[in-house]
Design a protein around this ligand. Structure first.
Ligand SMILES: *[C@@H]1O[C@H](CO)[C@@H](O)[C@H](O)[C@H]1NC(C)=O
Ligand SMILES: *[C@@H]1O[C@H](CO)[C@@H](O)[C@H](O)[C@H]1NC(C)=O
Ligand SMILES: *[C@@H]1O[C@H](CO)[C@@H](O)[C@H](O)[C@H]1NC(C)=O
Ligand SMILES: *[C@@H]1O[C@H](CO)[C@@H](O)[C@H](O)[C@H]1NC(C)=O
Ligand SMILES: *[C@@H]1O[C@H](CO)[C@@H](O)[C@H](O)[C@H]1NC(C)=O
Ligand SMILES: *[C@@H]1O[C@H](CO)[C@@H](O)[C@H](O)[C@H]1NC(C)=O
Ligand SMILES: *[C@@H]1O[C@H](CO)[C@@H](O)[C@H](O)[C@H]1NC(C)=O
Ligand SMILES: *[C@@H]1O[C@H](CO)[C@@H](O)[C@H](O)[C@H]1NC(C)=O
Length: 746
């Protein structure tokens, strides 16, 4: 409705619409006004006291369907305010093949009372060898006739009564009786093949349509029925009872005038111009609201109804003829504070306000939907649980719950350009918060309950961990379809990238830095295993999950697979999860998860660090494809120095290398019990580092020392351009294509 109002507002202003068919010229109150579909209007009436004069008494015979209306014996076709149409009477005469008359009927109509035949009627003869005489009286005797002739069927035109097969002639005014007699010149002898009969009748000229040969050849009953039911004869009616208008009759009621009908010697009443109704009834005629009568009184300006009339003028500040379209033209005027402009401004303003209201409602509904959706996601993403935890534990206080808008703004609506990592689980975007802080935003790809759980898991673990070598979780956003985690941005790629994707010979990856990174990572893992309120097993320790920041400080990341181990449980049975090449074989075989699994994986990282080889090497033989096996075999066979990266042979002491080799071997022990704890590993690495504080004093390599110094100097820690391959950020995206995940294969 609201909309309709708006749509209608402008056009409706200039139009006056609506149909003006107001038929209140009806029957006398309390009388039947309808017979079948014919409306009976006063002075006509059905039943006692319903008509003005007995001449106007009608009968409605309800035994027909639809009911038939009669005046005397004559069936009425319809009634108007000066005319009455009745079914006509037809004379006919038919011949057989021998020229003998089969049927002969002389029709006649005698109008009694207040009726005469209208001059709108014509005496009509239909036939090909027929003449008809009309005899009648309008006081004086009247006689006339007409010939319908033709010789061949194809000569007969249909649609026009031209004398060929059809003939029409006028009748005099005031005729009240007629009969029609038919005759033939040749007894149809030459046209009998297509015309057996001739017809003569009175009919309203405008209603009559000659059907051509069809009318001539059809059966006489069908033809007469067709004429009677569709082509009436028109009668004029007058009121004779009280004499003429001049005689001072008072039969015409309010707002109507009386007029004499000369030919009938009577009068009729008519509503005054601009009024409508039944002038014979006491209510009289009523003013017509011409402004509501679009069809007959078009007005394209401001229409004002008056008694008996109306005015149609142009709106203020317009001039011209409002009776025609575009007839009104604006009057050029400079002053703007006039009524019309104000009106239009108000109008336009109103429309605008309404439109904006609608738009507002639309967006309001959309926003509400969005908010509801976000609340749903929040719940589904474990937001409620998390919120409770944040409230109940102080350690969660540092966590921020980001809003969807904040993160969209930070990442340019998660634009492609900001993607810095991609994995099977999700996508990592670089983002800039409004306070200019760089962040990494990890967004899960899938809408999956287990995914959400993993994210919440990571949130819960990371919020408990505060360690300089563990990537810091700043907060999360749970309003999105998938949970989104926000980390501090670690700018210098992964350890995996630095070890395996070096370009050129120069690198910050000196022996000293390798030991430092290893030591930092080990201490972080040791912290996770023993110093948190509940031990945390990382479960996916690998060089790709060790990040380096702008100062090459180590940051352990990706706790998506990590597990909290309740203190009273030594072991946890889990689904096997981890990355091929780093996976603890004992855990793989037993699915019993302990901290020692992380130690094994860390052993592989250490081996990676000192050999520069990938955990799964395509270049190695079958058995030694696995770096762990390759390494332990080499140590067993005293070939450690063959597989160590040549650079380290120069930078490190043999003792140091030997020590690290042994440490790796112990970490990679197939039996978890025989592996050192992470804490022990960290202490040992820290110890080894102490020796590197004065590495040159221990160098025994002589000749090479000069070039070595040069190299070390060039590979300045902070100015080495690193390969800008951000796709290596597997750690953020939780790369899974190398992950083993499944039930215990036992
Ligand atoms: C009256 O009804 C008949 C049949 O239902 C129809 O043919 C005829 O046209 C109607 N007449 C008027 C004036 O509505
Ligand atoms: C109605 O018409 C039927 C059949 O022509 C006739 O028998 C009957 O008398 C008529 N009824 C009236 C009330 O004229
Ligand atoms: C009566 O019938 C004639 C011919 O069909 C038609 O032109 C006229 O409009 C009708 N009048 C009324 C009041 O129905
Ligand atoms: C025509 O009608 C007359 C009189 O009824 C009859 O004698 C004659 O056989 C009829 N002719 C034909 C061809 O039917
Ligand atoms: C036809 O009308 C005329 C004049 O009223 C009359 O003289 C004549 O007898 C009528 N013919 C028939 C067959 O009714
Ligand atoms: C027509 O028929 C009438 C009587 O049936 C007869 O008197 C007349 O001669 C016939 N006319 C012709 C041309 O056959
Ligand atoms: C004439 O028409 C007006 C407007 O419809 C009406 O108020 C008034 O009563 C009418 N006059 C008579 C005498 O009916
Ligand atoms: C518009 O039509 C009305 C009613 O027919 C008439 O009175 C008026 O004079 C017309 N105005 C013009 C400018 O033709």
């Amino acid at each position: 409705m609201f909309l309709y109002f708006i749509l209608c507002l402008l056009p409706c202003y200039l139009t006056m619409a609506v149909d003006g068919v107001t038929t209140n010229n009806i029957a006398k109150p309390g009388c039947q006004s309808q017979c079948g579909n014919i409306t009976v209007t006063y002075p006509f009436g059905i039943g006692t006291d319903c008509f003005l004069d007995y001449s106007f008494e009608l009968t409605c015979n309800n035994s027909y369907e639809p009911p038939k209306l009669f005046v005397g014996d004559l069936q009425i076709y319809n009634i108007s305010d000066s005319e009455l149409r009745i079914f006509t009477t037809i004379s006919y005469r038919c011949y057989n093949q021998s020229g003998v008359v089969d049927y002969d009927h002389v029709g006649w109509t005698d109008l009694v009372g207040f009726y005469t035949f209208s001059v709108k009627n014509k005496f009509t003869v239909v036939g090909c060898d027929d003449y008809a005489l009309i005899s009648g009286t309008n006081g004086a005797d009247f006689s006339s006739g007409c010939f319908g002739l033709c010789s061949q069927a194809r000569d007969v035109p249909s649609g026009e009564c031209s004398g060929i097969g059809c003939c029409q002639t006028s009748i005099p005014k005031g005729l009240s009786y007629y009969n029609a007699t038919l005759g033939s010149v040749k007894n149809h002898s030459h046209v009998i093949s297509f015309s057996e009969c001739g017809y003569g009748f009175l009919v309203e000229e405008d209603s009559f349509v000659f059907g051509g040969v069809n009318d001539l050849s059809t059966d006489y009953l069908k033809f007469t029925n067709k004429i009677r039911s569709t082509m009436p004869v028109v009668l004029d009616w007058v009121i004779k009872s009280d004499g003429t208008c001049a005689a001072g009759v008072n039969a015409c009621k309010g707002n109507s005038t009386c007029y004499d009908v000369v030919e009938g010697e009577g009068y009729r009443c008519i509503c005054k111009s601009g009024y409508e109704g039944n002038p014979y009834l006491d209510a009289g005629c009523q003013d017509v609201d011409e402004c509501n009568d679009h069809g007959t009184n078009p007005c394209y300006g401001i229409c004002t109804n008056t008694l008996g009339s109306y005015t149609c003028t142009c709106p203020p500040q317009f001039s011209g003829n409002a009776n025609v379209t575009n007839g009104c033209q604006p009057i050029a005027q400079k002053s703007s504070n006039n009524v019309s402009t104000t009106f239009i401004i108000v109008l336009v303003f109103g429309v605008l306000v309404m439109l904006s209201g609608l738009v507002g409602i639309y967006y309001g509904i959309r926003k509400r939907k969005l908010i509801r959706l976000r609340e749903k996601f929040f719940e589904q993403n474990g937001g409620v649980l998390l919120k409770q935890k944040i409230k109940s534990q102080q350690s969660y206080e540092a966590m921020t719950l980001f809003s969807t808008e904040q993160l969209r703004k930070a990442t340019g609506s998660y634009s492609q350009e900001n993607i810095i990592g991609r994995g099977a689980y999700g996508v990592v975007y670089k983002g800039i918060l409004s306070d200019k802080r760089l962040v990494a935003i990890k967004r899960s790809k899938l809408v999956d309950a287990t995914q959400a759980e993993q994210f919440i898991n990571e949130v819960l673990i990371l919020t408990q961990v505060i360690h300089r070598n563990v990537v810091k979780l700043l907060g999360c956003c749970l309003e999105e379809e998938v949970p989104v985690l926000v980390y501090e941005f670690i700018s210098n790629n992964t350890l995996f990238h630095h070890i395996h994707h070096r370009l050129g010979g120069m690198s910050w990856l000196t022996w000293e830095n390798r030991l430092r990174v290893a030591s930092e990572a080990a201490s972080a893992l040791g912290y996770l295993h023993s110093e948190t309120t509940m031990p945390i097993i990382h479960r996916d320790v690998k060089s790709a999950n060790i990040l380096l920041d702008e100062n090459y400080t180590t940051k352990i990341s990706d706790f998506g697979a990590s597990r909290l181990v309740p203190l009273d449980h030594e072991q946890v049975t889990t689904l096997i999860q981890g990355t091929l090449g780093y996976l603890d074989p004992e855990y793989f075989n037993s699915s019993q998860l302990t901290e020692k699994s992380d130690v094994y994986s860390f052993g592989v990282v250490l081996a990676e660090l000192i050999t520069g080889k990938k955990p799964i090497g395509a270049d190695r033989t079958n058995e030694e494809k696995n770096l762990a096996t390759y390494f332990t075999n080499a140590v067993k066979e005293n070939r450690l120095f063959e597989i160590i990266e040549p650079r380290l042979l120069r930078e490190a002491t043999l003792n140091q290398l030997q020590a690290v080799g042994n440490l790796v071997k112990r970490c990679l022990s197939l039996v978890g019990r025989n592996r050192p704890t992470m804490k022990e590993v960290a202490v040992e690495l820290e110890g080894l580092r102490k020796f590197t504080t004065h590495p040159w004093a221990q160098k025994q390599i002589g000749n090479e020392s000069k070039s070595l110094v040069l190299e070390v100097e060039q590979s300045d820690l902070y100015s080495v351009p690193l390969i800008n391959s951000i796709t290596e950020w597997e750690s953020y995206s939780g790369i899974s294509n190398t992950s083993l995940e499944g039930n215990n294969p036992r």
